[in-house]
Design a protein around this ligand. Structure first.
Ligand code: ISJ
Length: 115
């Protein structure tokens, strides 16, 4: 091993490679945040549409289809499908919370927002 774990004594080439990889990680994290923000803009609109038409916040059949699709995409991309499923479920749980709160506001007569 040519690298060194003690601070201040790291091979400059290793330092550079780490910085280059971390730059890419930062770009990817920014893309993920922007994509998630766009996804939540869409799901908020779905929440308002459902509330206006008295549709339930969660749709388990749709979720099952999304999970099956995402697992296949993950396998093809060499990403752990179990991780992809957990990640999607985590996001969907948050979306359903939003939809429940939008539906409650609609029932309680809260002023509707633009979406
Ligand atoms: C967005 C919806 O509402 C919920 C959230 C979903 C999601 O975040 O993908 C999927 C199904 C629903 O449980 C929808 O019904 O499409």
């Amino acid at each position: 091993m040519t690298s060194n774990t003690s601070r201040g004594d790291v091979d400059p080439a290793v330092r550079e490679e780490l910085a280059r990889l971390r730059d890419s990680i930062d770009n990817i994290d920014a893309a993920v945040v922007h994509m998630l923000a766009e996804r939540f803009k869409c799901t908020q609109q779905v929440g308002h549409l459902k509330a206006r038409h008295q549709l339930p916040p969660a749709d388990p059949d749709r979720e099952a289809r999304q999970i099956a699709r995402l697992r296949t995409l993950a396998e093809n991309a060499k990403l752990d499908p179990a991780f992809a499923e957990k990640f999607l479920n985590f996001i969907i749980a948050e979306v359903i919370r939003h939809h429940e709160s939008i539906a409650e506001d609609a029932v309680n007569g809260a002023a509707p927002t633009a979406n």
